[in-house]
Design a protein around this ligand. Structure first.
Ligand code: GLC
Length: 523
């Protein structure tokens, strides 16, 4: 970080998926003491902060995104004391901590929903129960995970769940819901967290008339992504909620921050979440979904910078997370995918603003595609009877050491096996195997992060390549760095006199940068 502004404007934030990061207890599921034990690794990698996916009490119908109690830790992951120790330990290691808040829905095991089902009118009014049309649900909305978005209860009425039936949606027009979540924020702010990642930040307010989806929606757009005129994504009313949250967060000392998970690809719309009195940053999913193509990346970068400048929010950049196919696989997999993933890391880390890394990308992990159906746990897989493979393949526990599973993820010999099976081929990708290998992905990430920390933060990007050129080339100021990324099929000429600061693949004696490679030069 070189900026003088608040830390979150140009931070590198590492996403820890707790159940797959480090298992201290030996039950095959990662936990908070496991994260604590690996803080030296994260500090050594050179990131600024960690974001933890939900670790709250939960039946785990959606890997913890079905929260039953927002103010505690699931015994699977540890105790509230462990959470406190993790916050303190991270701070002692110089790392900020961001926790996940899931406000769109609760678990069906949450005390509120249980009370609602037991007939408590006040509790029922916190959710979206509606009468059906005869025996049919109130409307034809579909769950993001597949199947209907409504489930019928004993008295014949239906409740809305945009995700799993174990994740009933809250009614955000109810002031009790608003007050409860503001209090949950205070609970974690009081414990010292530095910020929140807000789940489904574009989905909390629904059209009160619950109309059918309009025919104007493009059926080619994935179901979780906002479109104009949508009855539940990116509605204007949602911004009231974020203004309230901002007031809560701003009342605390230090630079606490909020990042929106809002699948809103139009930057003019996304920018509205980042007004000065709303959220600080948002994940850049337009960048994440760009295919390996110079035009697509250039457009995503230009749209980001142009779209966010008017609201004064910093850009963020992200290639992978726990919901998408790992990018080494998306970019072609195998040798090609690895080369491109290395180049993509240099591209992303050279861009102005903040960066999100997903655990394991620094090891070059690919999507695991051969998980047996019987072991798959994603509700997306279960609710579509396997028609959609779901997200388990990017959630496999990461390999730390050794030559056989559990690769140091669980204590060895382990009492249990990792909750999803690790490929034997990961023996070559463990942290241990990569840490002293000068050519490894881990070494590339460490080195690039170090250069980035010294030279780059927010600032300007000036294109040196032409639009349509398969080689992206831009200058960064301040930092005086030139980044070249060859997304074409032919080797690309780079200035033969220049000595690179770092490359993702060697530049040939002929001065040519291979296809699928990137390099940074001092300007
Ligand atoms: C977000 C989470 C995802 C979860 C969903 C429902 O998209 O990232 O993992 O399944 O919300 O909470």
């Amino acid at each position: 970080m070189t900026g003088s502004g608040p830390w979150w404007r140009d931070a590198v934030i590492y996403q820890v998926y707790p159940r797959s990061f480090a298992d201290s207890g030996g039950d095959g599921i990662g936990d908070l003491p496991g994260v604590i034990s690996r803080l030296p690794y994260l500090a050594g990698l050179g990131v600024d902060a960690i974001w933890l996916n939900p670790f709250y009490p939960s039946p785990q119908a959606d890997a913890g995104y079905d929260v039953a109690d927002h103010r505690d830790v699931d015994p699977l992951f540890g105790t509230l004391g462990d959470a406190d120790a993790l916050i303190a330990g991270a701070h002692a290691a110089g790392l900020k901590i961001i926790v996940d808040i899931v406000p769109n829905h609760t678990s069906s095991a949450h005390a509120w929903f249980r009370a609602a089902l037991a007939g408590d009118a006040a509790a029922r009014a916190r959710y979206l129960f509606r009468p059906g049309n005869g025996d049919a649900p109130p409307n034809g909305w579909r769950s993001v995970f597949g199947g209907p978005a409504w489930t019928r209860v004993e008295d014949g009425s239906w409740y809305l769940h945009l995700f799993d039936s174990a994740q009933p949606d809250l009614d955000w027009t109810n002031p009790e819901v608003v007050a409860e979540f503001e209090d949950v924020l205070r609970f974690w702010l009081d414990r010292g967290v530095d910020g929140f990642r807000i789940d489904v930040a574009h989905g909390l307010r629904k059209d009160p008339a619950f109309p059918e989806l309009p025919a104007t929606l493009d059926p080619g757009v994935p179901v979780h992504i906002a479109q104009p005129g949508h009855p539940f994504w990116d509605r204007d009313e949602v911004h009231e909620i974020w203004r309230g949250w901002r007031r809560v967060v701003d009342a605390y000392p230090g630079d606490r921050t909020m990042v929106a998970e809002a699948w809103v690809l139009d930057f003019a719309r996304l920018g509205r979440y980042l007004a000065a009195d709303e959220l600080h940053t948002a994940f850049n999913f337009a960048f994440l979904v760009a295919p390996w193509d110079a035009r697509a990346f250039r457009t995503a970068i230009d749209d980001t910078l142009a779209g966010l400048a008017p609201v004064g929010a910093p850009a963020t950049w992200v290639l992978s997370n726990h919901d998408v196919i790992r990018h080494a696989t998306r970019y072609g997999g195998g040798v090609t995918g690895q080369a491109r993933a290395r180049a993509a890391a240099l591209l992303m880390l050279a861009l102005p603003g903040g960066v999100y890394l997903y655990q394991g990308e620094e090891l070059g992990l690919e999507e695991v595609t051969d998980i047996p159906d019987a072991l798959r746990q994603d509700p997306n897989f279960l609710r579509t009877n396997g028609a959609e493979r779901g997200r388990d393949g990017c959630r496999v526990p990461i390999p730390w050491s050794g030559s056989a599973p559990p690769f140091g993820f669980s204590p060895d010999p382990s009492a249990g096996t990792p909750w999803l099976p690790q490929p034997q081929s990961w023996a070559e990708l463990t942290v241990e195997a990569q840490q002293s290998d000068p050519d490894s992905m881990l070494t590339l990430y460490r080195a690039a992060l170090e250069i980035r920390r010294d030279r780059l933060g927010e600032g300007e990007l000036e294109w040196l390549s032409e639009p349509g050129d398969p080689v992206l080339c831009f200058r960064r100021t301040p930092g005086d760095l030139i980044c070249v990324v060859n997304m074409g099929d032919e080797p690309a000429e780079v200035d033969p006199r220049a000595t690179p600061l770092i490359t993702s693949a060697p530049i040939g004696a002929d001065g040519l940068l291979p296809p699928g490679a990137a390099a940074w030069f001092a300007d």
